[in-house]
Design a protein around this ligand. Sequence first.
Ligand SMILES: Cc1cc2nc3c(=O)[nH]c(=O)nc-3n(C[C@H](O)[C@H](O)[C@H](O)COP(=O)(O)O)c2cc1C
Length: 147
Amino acid sequence: MSNAVIIYASTHHGNTKKVVEAISKECGVELVDATQVHEKDLSGYDLIGFASGIYGANFHQQVMNFAQKNLPQNKRIFYITTSAMNLDFSKSMGPSVKDKNAEVVGYFSCRGYNTFGPFKLVGGTSKGHPDDQDLQDAVAFFRGLEK
Ligand SMILES: Cc1cc2nc3c(=O)[nH]c(=O)nc-3n(C[C@H](O)[C@H](O)[C@H](O)COP(=O)(O)O)c2cc1C
């Protein structure tokens, strides 16, 4: 089993937090909230995740800052996002990890309840997500990385 940690930010509805907490509970992974903790020695971890809600097509600024500041060279990393569009937003992490020689070993994405801006008027989008299936899929994704 790998020595893993997930750095996350989940400021809209706690959607991403639900996902990383499911993984933590099932697989015993350590979680770090990047909105609270800005510095950490990650040299002892061999699998490092960056998880975030998507805000204006980007990971949370604090997750990007954390990676830029704390990610050591030559690590295996992975991404988790929850978003309204459920697209691949990993590109937004590019500048923060570009000089780290990291190997991106996986990316999990699912929908997350969204009430940003005008969507609030219609009761939000992706209500109920992440749901139980999303959480199960996230745990399966993480187990796949550990093999
Ligand atoms: C300010 C803001 C901007 C957002 N921008 C996007 C976006 O560009 N693309 C998208 O798919 N979802 C967008 N969303 C929806 C969130 O990514 C989605 O609700 C996500 O699950 C929030 O995660 P959290 O509850 O962990 O913060 C945005 C939400 C907010 C509040």
